[in-house]
Design a protein. Structure first.
Length: 399
């Protein structure tokens, strides 16, 4: 593996009590030695056969090769021989069995683990600045198989970078609560200054908008029936153009694929900016989606309304279209891959912290592969399975 210069290294200091130490990473690899060494080990020193760092490195390398469960990870360690085991840090030449991994993942400090992984992702994001707006999507996902088995915290709320597809933060939604309350906790831990947060209609809430504003952030929110008054005003504005003080900004897009043609027409206006309808409101927008099925010719239409505290100078109609479309990358680049490539929804692990730890590992390896330019995650996993040394190199381990 080529040596990475000091200038290309990034140190991100995690300034909260739950994030125990600095995380070091390079722009090309993940430094698993420093990253995983910072995770607190719950085990007593006596009788500890394998280091926690080696176990987590094994899990990361196996997942890069497409191995999905903790039992499959144990198989991966046994299949590739003593040389790889030694490189991972298993000094006695053997790797742990599935029962050992079950125990480790069950009791691992999930908050510290996710904090370290989030620190690495934040370091990568901060080290690769963007000329345009930096946007992050917040959305929830259920671990369906684990949820059916009664696992605690089987619904997770994640923050994913539009640009890089990295999961910056993930938290379980506690039982007897909902995504809205969990989103408040997420926002309090995020770096929001100068960044745009996108979310679906469920999270279009006044208190969330206020929290984003208080931390110097920006939002793009969708207004549906849960915010009926806001939606009514936006709809009326575009239904009755005489209310507009000036012509709306307009943007259009066209996509052809999967047997259908989808046309989007966005109108944006700042006419409601002084109406105090919503915290920090600067612009509202309406997106008309027209879908034509090529085989049948059947056509359907839908109009979606939204609002933002971005001014028209900060985000014109084309940028607003990009931000709204970019929000769904959390589904396409994270949730869908976890379900289809890593079979997350069929996993039925339910004990202790295993569901959340496994989800965090999936987020990490998906983000790592995307950062290195892999667009087809399934194909990348097959490549690493055929070249396990490349998987180890990607997490900073020389063989």
């Amino acid at each position: 593996m080529p040596r990475v210069s000091v200038q290309r290294k990034v140190c991100w200091f995690i300034a909260t009590a739950n994030w125990p130490s600095p995380v070091y990473c390079s722009l090309s690899t993940l430094d698993s030695h420093n990253l995983f060494s910072a995770i607190p080990d719950f085990r007593q020193a006596q009788g500890k056969r394998y280091s926690l760092r080696a176990i987590l490195s094994l899990a990361a390398a196996a997942m890069l090769c497409g191995y999905r469960s903790y039992s499959a990870i144990a198989e991966w360690g046994r299949n590739y021989g003593q040389a790889l085991a030694a490189a991972l840090g298993f000094t006695n030449g053997t790797t742990p069995c599935a029962a050992t991994l079950h125990t480790i993942f069950c009791h691992l400090d999930k908050q510290a683990f996710e904090a370290q992984l989030g620190g690495w992702a934040e370091a990568v994001l901060s080290a690769t600045p963007v000329a345009q707006l930096e946007a992050e999507a917040i959305d929830g996902k259920s671990l369906r198989g684990s949820q059916k088995q009664g696992a605690v915290g089987a619904h997770l709320l994640s923050v994913v970078s539009h640009r890089l597809g990295l999961t910056l933060l993930q938290r379980a939604v506690p039982e007897k609560t909902n995504e809205i309350s969990a989103a408040h906790e997420l926002l309090s831990e995020l770096i929001l200054e100068g960044r745009v947060i996108t979310m679906d209609a469920l999270l279009t809430q006044r208190k969330l908008a206020e929290a984003i504003l208080q931390q110097g952030g920006r939002y793009v929110m969708i207004a549906k029936e849960n915010q009926a008054e806001l939606r009514k005003w936006i709809k009326a504005l575009f239904d009755e153009p005489q209310w507009l003080r000036e012509p709306p900004q307009v943007a259009e897009s066209l996509e052809v694929g999967h047997g259908r043609v989808e046309k989007r027409h966005l109108q944006a206006s700042s006419a409601l900016a002084d109406h105090e309808l919503w915290p920090g409101l600067e612009q509202v927008f309406a997106i008309k989606r027209t879908v034509t099925h090529q085989k049948s010719g059947k056509r359907s239409q839908e109009v979606v309304y939204g609002c933002t505290n971005l001014t028209k100078e900060q985000a014109n109609a084309e940028m607003l279209m990009k931000l709204v479309r970019g929000h769904w990358r959390i589904e396409n680049q994270s949730h869908w891959v976890r379900d289809v490539t890593f079979d997350e929804d069929h996993g039925q692990v339910r004990k202790g912290n295993i569901p959340q730890v496994m989800a965090a590992l999936r987020n990490m390896v998906i983000g790592l592969m995307r950062k290195t330019g892999e667009n087809n995650i399934a194909a990348a996993c097959r490549k690493f399975a055929a070249q396990p040394q490349a998987a180890l190199a990607l997490i900073g381990i020389k063989t």
